[in-house]
Design a protein around this ligand. Sequence first.
Ligand SMILES: Nc1ncnc2c1ncn2[C@@H]1O[C@H](COP(=O)(O)OP(=O)(O)OP(=O)(O)O)[C@@H](O)[C@H]1O
Ligand SMILES: [Mg+2]
Length: 294
Amino acid sequence: MTPLVRLSGASYAYEDGPPVLSGADFAIAEGRSLALLGRNGSGKTTLMRLLSGGLRPVSGTLLLDGSPVTYDRKGLTRLRSSVQLVVQDPDDQLFAASVEQDVSFGPMNLGLPREEVRARVDAALAALDITALRDRPTHLLSYGQRKRAAIAGAVAMRPRVLILDEPTAGLDPDGQERLLEVLAGLSGTTVVMATHDVDLAFRWADDAAVLTPSGIRTGPAPQLLSDPDLLVSARLRPAWSPVVAAVLRAHGLLAPGATGPGTPQALAEWQAGTASGTGGADAVGDAVRDANLG
Ligand SMILES: Nc1ncnc2c1ncn2[C@@H]1O[C@H](COP(=O)(O)OP(=O)(O)OP(=O)(O)O)[C@@H](O)[C@H]1O
Ligand SMILES: [Mg+2]
C-alpha cells in the first residue's frame, strides 16, 4: 500500500550546521500510530517539519499519496489539508485572543462556510475536552490547557495525519492519560508523536521510529522497543514493560508470547488480583494479560 506521506532519500542540514538527516527514508502508513523517538538534538523536530512541509529537504523528495509535493502555494495547501503539525511549545502555536478564535482560524482560512467552521470548532473543542474554555484568553490558560487548545486547532482542520511534537511533555500523569484517550478517539486520523518516553511509546504506538547516530530504524513498536541495544545506541532508556514481561516469563508467571503489563499500575492491579487468590501460572498469565489490556 502506498504510504500516506513518505520522505525518500531526504537530506537536511541547517545553514552552517552538520547534516541532521542524510538520505533518510521515512514513511507514515495510514491508520497506524507512530512514535518517533530520539535523544535531544537527534532530529525529531527537524523530521516533523520536513514531513509537514515547514522545511524543504536539501535533496530527496516528500511524497503525499505517492506524488511529489511541490513547495509552491498550491502544493503546500494540498499538503497542509492532509498533514497538520502541532509544535512542542503551545506558545509558538497559539496567537489569537481567545480559544475559539484560535481554533477557528485554520478552518476559516480554508474558506469553509460559517456553519461548517462552527461545527468543526465545536467538535474539536469537545474532542479535547476544552469546550468550557471556549471564550477564555489563551494566555491565561494553564500549560496543559494551552497544549490542548493548540492540538484542537490542528484537529479542527480534519487532517489525515496529525503530527505532534512532544505532546505529553510538561503534562502531569493524568493529563498524559487523558491526552492518549483523546488521540485514541480521533477516528480516521493517523497520529505521529515525537517523545522521549519509551514506555509511553511502547504502549501507545503501533510503529516506532528511532533516530540513532547511524540512521532511522523503523518497525513495529513492540519489537523495536524491546531491543535494548538499539535503545542504548539511541541513548534512550530501556522500556519498562518488556523487562517486566521477561522477568514474569522467567518465573512462569506469564505465558510465552503473552503481553505483559504496560504500566506499573497494571502490574499493581494484577498483584492485587492474585493476592486475593487466583492460582496457577496460566491463570496468572491471563491475569497479567488482562491487566495489560485494562
Ligand atoms: N533553527 C535551527 N538552526 C540551526 N540548527 C538547528 C535549528 N534547529 C535545530 N538545529 C540543530 O539540528 C539538530 C536537530 O535538532 P532537532 O530540533 O530536530 O532535534 P530534536 O530531536 O527535536 O531535539 P529535542 O529532543 O531537544 O527537541 C540539532 O543539532 C540542533 O542543534
Ligand atoms: Mg524537538
